[in-house]
Ligand binder design. Structure first.
Ligand code: ADP
Length: 603
């Protein structure tokens, strides 16, 4: 991309960043602008006063030589003024850094909130797309530094530009050509910086997947949840090797870029320095020839010195600006990610009481070669229960994700009470469904809150927690905990207590029972970690409370499955057999064979 186009988009990004800050805190933004202006203008004023001081001193010395004395005030006046200017300047710089610290906190919070809020509007499918996920990780990782960096560098650049322009105005008195010489000398290194900054960002973007892998390995090696298996399998050396290898590859790329960038920076920087010293020599010669005063010479030399450092800090700002700006463009790309807006508005179906219907439903994961589900027809009426049986990967969980509208079917329709699932209002639909997935979340919250998440309206309602825990059969063990429902669970936070797999599962079941109004209850292997007695009790209880509800159960245990009114056997995404338990046994097909296999295991 030509540099000037990138420069344009950079201005665009800077503008967005400034708007972001404006939206975060107007007071701080105005304060920053004011301090920037002051910090930009004051150095030139100080240099000009410096010239006045030297010239006044020279005049006073001449007067002293001629008359034996000279008034001090004309000189001291300027010294006093310069002291005042420097005090102001240091005030402006302090104001910049104070406001920057305050803004950093606010802006980080603001951008993180934007990112997290946006994440809630995205579909599960988007999260499962690794490219998208990379983007999310990337924007989150740098959310608290990049936007502020962009703003501060933009302001820093403006400050330096003001400074350089004001220096330029002073230098114009000396010679316009000296000014041209300095500007032309600085340009090549400026373009080189811009060029390599673009490269750096592309590198950074391209290797996001690898960085993510690095992070993942770090988690595996340092996280409580994984360390048990890592230790027992002794995979740490293997993981560490992978960690080092990835680093070595990334480092090689980094090193190449850094070397090229700094190599060119040095060579082109020499051009700038040459221009600078040419102008310097010119000033010195003019002073010797008496064409400028000693004060002017001092001033020009100060201007050169400070101008040089303003140029080099502008260069630093520009190179950082590109990276920050490109970060910001990913942020805006992420924020502009299309969301599937909730078009549905139905809160009741066309045929209330019709229950759930799948009509020739098919679904394929993006990029998958086979459909995960194909030609699925089923009907589940209120008060009835349905069990899904099938090998791992046969499509059971996918069916539930379609039913809960986490995905949209590619073919066919899913109807609830006679109306297409897609036409239902999101909130109305969610109210009707209670689901526990196999990989339910073990929240690092208190016991009560772990149950309360099942119904946000009753999140803190202790009475409801207890009712739900009774139904989920968690109450007896919860009451045995030191702090009962107030016990912190998990080990992440102080005082946390870990539960057994079966106890967690009872918590998850209770969570599902929090949804009293839900008339579709979905349990994806809800009892796999329970002992057989507990499991039997769960289902006993479950069938008592299933009245008028639709229940959908996934389980590998036939002792649970056999009680369902209807059983569907899935294989490779298709329905292989269906019917009641006794019909399926009688027809002596796949189900009967699996049942027999499991029953034999118990005999
Ligand atoms: P089950 O619940 O019966 O074990 P799933 O519904 O989870 O089976 O999976 C059905 C098929 O879809 C499998 O072949 C699996 O590899 C594939 N699959 C499951 N989840 C995803 C996913 N998030 N992305 C891509 N493919 C998936």
């Amino acid at each position: 991309m030509p540099t000037f186009i990138r420069f344009n988009s950079l201005l665009d990004q800077a503008q967005k960043a400034l708007l972001l800050v404006w939206g975060t805190s107007r007071g701080l933004m105005l304060g920053l602008v004011l301090a920037t202006l002051m910090a930009g203008v004051l150095p030139a004023l100080a240099a000009w006063l410096g010239q006045r001081i030297v010239d006044a001193v020279v005049a006073a010395m001449q007067l002293h030589a001629q008359q034996g004395s000279a008034p001090l005030w004309p000189v001291l006046r300027y010294v006093l003024l310069e002291a005042g200017v420097l005090a102001l300047l240091s005030g402006a710089q302090r104001a910049l850094s104070v406001q920057q610290s305050l803004l950093r906190v606010q802006l980080g919070q603001k951008v993180n909130t934007l990112i997290l809020e946006k994440a809630q509007t995205l579909s599960l499918m988007q999260f499962e797309n690794s490219e998208f996920y990379d983007k999310l990780v990337r924007v989150r990782r740098e959310a608290s530094t990049r936007p502020l960096g962009l703003v501060m560098k933009s302001l820093g650049l403006i400050q330096n530009l003001i400074m350089l322009i004001s220096f330029g105005v002073l230098l114009l008195h000396f010679s316009p050509w000296a000014l041209v010489l300095l500007v032309v000398g600085a340009l090549p290194v400026f373009f080189a910086e811009a060029h390599f900054s673009g490269d750096a960002f592309r590198l950074f973007t391209r290797r996001a997947p690898e960085s993510r892998q690095q992070n993942y390995i770090e988690t595996l090696l340092s996280h409580e949840a994984y360390i048990k298996e890592v230790k027992l399998f002794g995979i740490a050396p293997l993981l560490l090797k992978r960690y080092r290898d990835t680093f070595a590859r990334l480092y090689a790329q980094d090193r190449d870029l850094t070397l090229r960038r700094d190599g060119w920076g040095f060579v082109l920087g020499l051009l700038g320095t040459a221009a600078f010293y040419l102008a310097y020599a010119w000033v010195v010669l003019d002073a010797i020839h008496g064409q400028i005063s000693l004060g002017q010479m001092t001033m020009y030399l100060v201007l050169f010195k400070q101008g040089q450092s303003a140029v080099s800090s502008s260069l630093g700002a520009i190179s950082g600006l590109y990276e920050d700006g490109l970060y910001l463009s990913s942020l805006y790309e992420y924020l502009a990610e299309p969301v599937h807006t909730d078009t549905g508005h139905l809160t009741a179906g066309e045929q209330p009481g019709d229950g759930l219907r799948f009509q020739n439903v098919g679904f394929r994961y993006p990029g998958a070669s086979h459909a995960a589900l194909e030609g699925i027809d089923l009907h589940l009426m209120p008060g009835r229960s349905l069990a899904l049986v099938g090998q791992n990967g046969s499509g059971k969980t996918t069916l539930i994700k379609l039913l809960t509208r986490l995905y949209r079917p590619d073919h066919g329709r899913i109807l609830l009470d006679g109306s297409d699932l897609q036409e239902w209002q999101e909130a109305a639909l969610r109210q009707r469904i209670g689901v526990i997935f196999q990989d339910y979340i073990r929240y690092q919250f208190t016991v009560g809150e772990n149950i309360g998440v099942g119904d946000t309206r009753a999140f803190n309602d202790e009475r409801r927690w207890k009712e739900a825990a009774d139904e989920g059969m968690a109450a007896p063990f919860i009451e045995g905990l030191d702090r009962g429902y107030a016990t912190q669970l998990g080990r992440w936070f102080a005082g946390g207590q870990e539960l057994s797999g079966g106890q967690w599962q009872k918590i998850a079941l209770s969570r599902a029972y929090m949804r009293r109004d839900a008339d579709i209850l979905i349990l994806d292997e809800p009892t796999s970690a329970l002992d057989p007695a507990a499991e039997a009790a769960v289902f006993e209880h479950f069938s008592q409370h299933a009245e008028g509800r639709m229940t959908l159960l996934i389980s590998h245990r036939f002792s649970s499955v056999r009680n369902a009114d209807h059983i569907i056997v899935l294989e490779r995404g298709r329905i292989l057999e269906q019917g009641g338990h006794s019909d399926l046994i009688a027809s002596n097909g796949h189900y009967a064979k699996l049942f027999d296999l499991q029953a034999r295991g118990y005999r």
